[in-house]
Design a protein around this ligand. Structure first.
Ligand code: AMP
Length: 176
């Protein structure tokens, strides 16, 4: 079968009520373990931005790292980790993002981007878009420019795209 979004969906496993009741967790480990599905995922996101200048690919902890790193390799770009609070060892910039109850912090090293760097942001799932929106703010605070955002999965019923308006957003698999 030709790899496409419908085919890719078969490599994503729904875990009901995890990590808590009412949440359906999108488990991408079957996709990562399948050489064709993993390669399709990396290439399909990278292809969307083909021809654009990309200096840094920014992966959001933790599953975003896995896909961001090979995309960075494909563009000949550097990789930048955006991490949850307290994980990065050097001077950090931070941004708040909303959880269901309360807020948490995303952090990046202050020297992660050069001024004017063209940055692609990658994560596994776009849900409410809050994590991605906070990452955009982090990149822009440090004087870099967001070229676009790439996700494997979009939970469209949570309307995350509305928080990312004005940006080039690509997702491979959408759940309505
Ligand atoms: P949000 O900020 O609401 O867009 O949430 C996105 C972040 O939470 C991403 O880093 C995802 O890895 C994670 N996430 C949210 N919902 C899910 C889900 N249903 N399955 C897997 N990961 C999720």
């Amino acid at each position: 079968m030709t790899p496409d979004a419908t085919w890719l969906k078969d490599h994503i496993r729904d875990i009901a009520d995890w990590p808590k009741p009412g949440v359906t967790f999108k488990d991408i480990t079957p996709m990562l373990a399948d050489v064709d599905a993993f390669r399709f995922t990396v290439d399909a996101i990278a292809d969307h931005y083909a021809g654009r200048t990309i200096d840094k690919v920014c992966g959001i902890e933790a599953r975003g790292f896995i896909v961001a790193a090979p995309i960075a390799y494909r563009f000949g770009a550097g990789f930048v980790p955006v991490r949850k609070a307290g994980k990065l060892p050097w001077d950090i910039e931070k941004e708040e993002y909303e959880l269901e109850y309360g807020t948490d912090l995303l952090e990046v090293h202050r020297d992660a981007f050069g001024r004017g760097d063209q940055v692609l942001i990658i994560d596994d799932v776009m849900a409410t878009g809050g994590t991605a929106a906070a990452t955009i703010r982090l990149v822009e605070k440090l004087g870099a420019t967001v070229v676009g955002l790439g996700f494997i999965i979009e939970l469209a019923f949570l309307h995350g795209r509305e928080r990312l308006t004005g940006h080039d957003v690509v997702s491979l698999v959408t759940y309505e």
